[in-house]
Design a protein around this ligand. Structure first.
Ligand SMILES: *Cc1c(COP(=O)(O)O)cnc(C)c1O
Length: 408
């Protein structure tokens, strides 16, 4: 019978548990297992918001594989590292006093933000009332699809404008004083769209409704891009009314996976997330996971300290320059850029985006499709060189020419 991996699957590949250990050959087996993986450096990866971690972060991570954030008695360093990391990220987001929770990524951070809102809503309504209503942009990340399936919330979606940002006035019409939470996105992973957070916050703050900003992707881009003169709105704690922010060091922060962060403006909100530990002397938990990699926190701490603001500014400047190069190459090759990108995701209008992505894949390139918008999607990251971007656009043009030739 054909297996999922095809009929040529060798015995080692079936993952059977060998009777006799294979310590002598297992590294070769692993190499074989991973044989068709791409490397960020090989010039084929154009769909990923993640990239190769910084060398320093990789090294710190590798040196601290034992470190368990779930046990602060064995690893008291991790409490310091977590608190200092939160302070650095808070500083980046305009509020050094922010309280932070390290997470496995943006999904967990968003989940915690919604969980806090549900608990706050419940305590305010004295336990009466139905599910907590949350208002999100139609562009909200699919982590929220998971979250609304897990938590007792009623999602309401606000429509987008032609640049795929939420329409603040239409969103405002959906928000009442009883709304548990409003979500905005600072950098969608599908199109890099940055919502007008100040306009959204004006309405939420007036009603006293909490506003969570999902800056999983944009958190490490927007602050530096603004410093470099790119026109982008403020999106974080410098906007009155923003109560929490998600950002992912494992995307544009150069930190190994898993590294996410939730920051709260008001330290009292952390109480809503606290679960008491059952053990003597270990700290209470505010995240979802128990045992979790302290290596990621130390690596994030090290990355921020090693690069500093000017290091990130240089990286972000480089990524934006590559983006502009890609835009020029695409237009010169006759492709239609669908939305003038605000960040590092470039969308292309095409009659058959799925087919073009398949054709690129046959040529070795991984591109993507933003399915909700029917657009070809290319993610620019610091692992790509100018030459590699040229090769991508040449492959796109070639694939397109052949498809037309075939159809004629
Ligand atoms: C990546 C991303 C997430 C989810 O983060 P994970 O780290 O993949 O769990 C959520 N929101 C946005 C906007 C993202 O870009």
């Amino acid at each position: 019978m054909e297996t999922l991996l095809g009929s040529s699957t060798s015995r080692a590949e079936t993952g059977s548990l060998p009777e006799r250990g294979r310590g002598d050959t297992v590294l070769d087996e692993v190499r074989d297992l991973c044989r068709d993986d791409h490397a960020y450096t090989d010039g084929t990866v154009f769909n990923s918001i993640c990239s190769a971690p910084l060398e320093i972060a990789r090294r710190v991570y590798a040196e601290h594989l034992d470190a368990n954030l779930g046990d602060n008695r064995i690893y008291p360093s991790l409490r310091r590292a977590e608190a200092q990391l939160s302070a650095m990220l808070g500083e980046l987001l305009g509020h050094p006093g922010a309280v932070g929770v390290t997470t496995s990524g943006g999904t967990e951070a968003n989940l915690l933000a919604v969980l806090a809102a549900v608990r706050r809503h419940r305590s305010r309504s004295g336990g009466r009332g139905g599910p907590a209503r949350i208002v999100l942009p139609e562009s909200a990340h699919f982590s929220f699809d998971k979250i609304v399936g897990l938590l007792p919330v009623e999602p309401v979606y606000a429509p987008l404008d032609e640049r795929l940002r939420v329409r603040p006035a239409e969103l405002a019409r959906l928000v009442t004083a009883d709304t548990a939470l409003v979500v905005a996105t600072a950098g969608t992973s599908e199109a890099g769209a940055v919502d007008d957070v100040p306009a959204v916050a004006e309405h939420t703050a007036a009603l006293g409704v909490p506003l969570h900003v999902d800056a999983a992707t944009g958190g490490f881009l927007i602050p530096f891009a603004r410093e470099l003169g790119h026109e982008l709105p403020p999106f974080a704690f410098d906007v009155p009314g923003v109560t929490s922010v998600t950002l992912d060091p494992h995307k544009y922060g150069g930190v190994p996976i898993p590294s996410g962060h939730l920051l709260l403006r008001d330290g009292a909100d952390a109480e809503l997330l606290r679960t008491a530990s059952h053990y003597r002397g270990t700290v209470d938990h505010h995240g979802l996971l128990g045992t979790r990699p302290g290596a990621a926190v130390l690596a994030a701490w090290a990355a921020l300290r090693a690069l500093g603001r000017d290091g990130y500014r240089d990286l972000v400047g480089g990524v934006f320059a590559r983006r502009d190069l890609l835009l020029g190459l695409l237009r010169a090759a006759g492709f239609e850029v669908a939305v003038q990108p605000q960040l590092t995701v470039v969308t292309v209008r095409h009659s058959e985006p799925e087919r073009l992505v398949d054709a690129l894949e046959r040529r070795g390139f991984i591109a993507s499709v933003a399915r909700r918008y029917g657009l070809l999607r290319l993610v620019v990251h610091w692992h790509q060189t100018e030459e590699q971007l040229r090769a991508l656009v040449a492959a796109m043009a070639d694939a397109d020419a052949r498809a037309e030739g075939g159809a004629a």
